[in-house]
Design a protein around this ligand. Structure first.
Ligand SMILES: Cc1cc2nc3c(=O)[nH]c(=O)nc-3n(C[C@H](O)[C@H](O)[C@H](O)COP(=O)(O)OP(=O)(O)OC[C@H]3O[C@@H](n4cnc5c(N)ncnc54)[C@H](O)[C@@H]3O)c2cc1C
Length: 473
């Protein structure tokens, strides 16, 4: 049975406002962490504070919706993410089956448009197999062989990946939230954490109804009013604040050598006449593989609608979906960037080329569509008129001006908080095993009262089995 307490009801039920664990951020990551933490035992008191009126309102509900196969990730450098993506597929398949949620095993095709790109596909094939994909799940074929599978696609060679899926991550997150609430988690929606104060046994957090914050529109787009004003206490704090996670870490004196830059991923919706153009989504070998995003793809979504995107347009804030918010963030972010390692990135020639490309594909629809027409020539930009929902990724840059390729995990010196920065793609795919990994790590470090999670059963999973499958990464 699913008990659903409206957040306002929960505020009025508060007596103590004290929690063992408070998670800042109700994206897919914070919600999933709350699901496993609250499943540890009946007495643990967990709260999630989310400034939007619903979970997965920002990046987690504005992505491509792919359950990615781990072929793009170097097993030596992105071992945890690759493993988590590999296990994430099976966990989402199981969870979606139990809850009757959208899950399509529809695969993906990665194409080499030019002959010279085939070497990259050979590398992806090796990585995919090393990360656990079986021979029948990933195969390299030449152009004529691909034409038999997808007649509309033009390429020199292609990687046909069969263990990849599509879903709707906003719905999965909503369902995880409901399950987490049945374990006792309190969700404070429409509520922004605005102050962090260390106290003797943990934290006192100042929280505000986000509608009362000066930039309410940014945080929750002005919908509804469920937020809470006051203070709450936390024995332990997890920062899962997505595009603001670096700012949260900075505000309590951590990770000051890191900064972040934000990229808006925009989509165009294809008209229904194009919905049967391909059976599956088509990605291409990225032009700039050293940057943390891919070239726009041809996307077949879980409901079989099709889109082109996302590009990666630099913007000045994690919620800069529109021009007004982008302008508002321009000055503070520029000052921050000029005083950080990112200044080296900004003056890097290759980065400037990339920015030019991406901005061009934002202002010109045909520039964006042409990036996909390279391999799907039937598409005509004039037939495409509707924009899709943009999502923003926030990438961490270190003091040397380099993009940090992996997730950044930061333990607070006094053991009272934990910070997850740079949680980017395929973050939604791998979030379930990744969250188990984090909860196990915190339990082992004595942060959450429970020290051994081996026999804990949470939903359909025995947590010890998940940890074992991750194999000590
Ligand atoms: C364009 C795009 C496409 C992508 N496609 C895919 C894909 O197909 N497959 C895949 O696996 N991954 C994909 N990703 C990556 C994936 O979406 C992210 O890794 C994931 O959603 C990150 O989740 P999160 O919970 O960390 O962040 P978010 O969803 O951003 O959640 C963080 C939350 O914290 C809240 N918050 C921040 N500060 C505060 C505060 N002070 N008080 C209260 N609340 C706060 C925010 O409101 C936000 O809701 C994509 C990303 C982008 C940008």
């Amino acid at each position: 049975m699913c008990l659903y307490y409206h957040p306002v009801t929960i505020h009025r039920m508060f007596i103590e406002k004290k929690f063992d664990l408070v998670i800042v951020g109700g994206g897919i990551l914070g919600t999933s962490l709350s699901y496993f933490a609250s499943g540890l035992n009946d007495s643990i008191r967990v709260a999630v504070v989310e400034q939007a009126q619903r979970v997965a309102f920002h990046t987690s509900g504005r992505n491509t919706g792919k359950i990615h196969a781990p072929y793009l990730y170097n097993p030596a450098k992105k071992k945890l993410f690759a493993k988590a993506a590999f296990l994430g597929y099976d966990m989402w398949e199981k969870y979606s089956g139990l809850k009757n949620l959208p899950f399509q095993k529809d695969g993906v095709i990665e194409v080499a448009v030019e002959d010279g790109e085939t070497g990259t596909l050979e590398k992806y094939l090796r990585w995919g197999k090393k990360n656990g994909l079986k021979n029948k799940e990933i195969e390299l074929v030449d152009g004529p062989a691909l034409a038999k599978i997808e007649p509309e696609v033009r390429c020199s060679s292609a990687l046909v990946v069969r263990k990849e899926g599509s879903t709707d991550y906003a719905r999965l997150t909503q369902s995880l939230m409901e399950d987490s609430m049945t374990h006792g988690t309190v969700f404070l929606l429409g509520t922004r954490v605005v102050g962090f104060k260390r106290i003797g046994d943990g934290w006192e957090l100042r929280v505000r109804n986000s509608n009362a914050c000066s930039n309410a529109h940014t945080y929750n787009h002005g919908v509804g009013d469920t937020g809470y004003d006051g203070t709450i206490r936390a024995r332990f704090l997890i920062n899962a604040a997505g595009g603001e996670s670096v700012d949260v870490a900075h505000s309590i004196g951590l990770s000051e050598d890191l900064t972040d830059v934000h990229f808006r991923g925009e989509y165009w919706r294809a008209p229904t006449e194009y919905h049967n153009l391909t059976k599956t989504s088509i990605y291409s070998v990225p032009e700039f593989p050293d940057y943390p995003f891919l070239d726009p793809h041809w996307i077949v979504r879980v409901d079989r609608s099709c889109e082109i995107g996302p590009n990666a347009v630099p913007v000045f804030g994690p919620y800069a979906y529109d021009r007004a918010e982008n302008i508002r963030e321009f000055l503070p972010k520029t000052i921050e960037l000029l005083g950080s390692g990112a200044v080296k990135t900004i003056f890097d020639k290759q980065f400037q080329n990339l920015v030019f490309n991406e901005v061009h594909s934002s202002v010109s629809k045909s520039a964006m569509v042409n990036r996909v027409r390279r391999f799907l020539p039937r598409i005509d930009a004039n037939r495409i008129a509707e924009r899709g929902t943009a999502g923003i990724r926030s990438s961490v840059i270190n003091s040397a001006g380099k993009f940090v390729p992996d997730v950044v995990l930061v333990d607070d010196d006094d053991g009272s908080s934990f910070h997850i920065l740079n949680y980017n793609s395929p973050g939604a795919t791998g979030v379930l095993p990744f969250s188990v990994h984090i909860i196990e790590r915190l339990c082992r470090a004595g942060c959450l009262d429970v020290t051994d999670i081996t026999d804990v059963q949470c939903g359909p999973w025995k947590l010890g089995d998940v940890v074992q499958s991750l194999g000590g990464v």
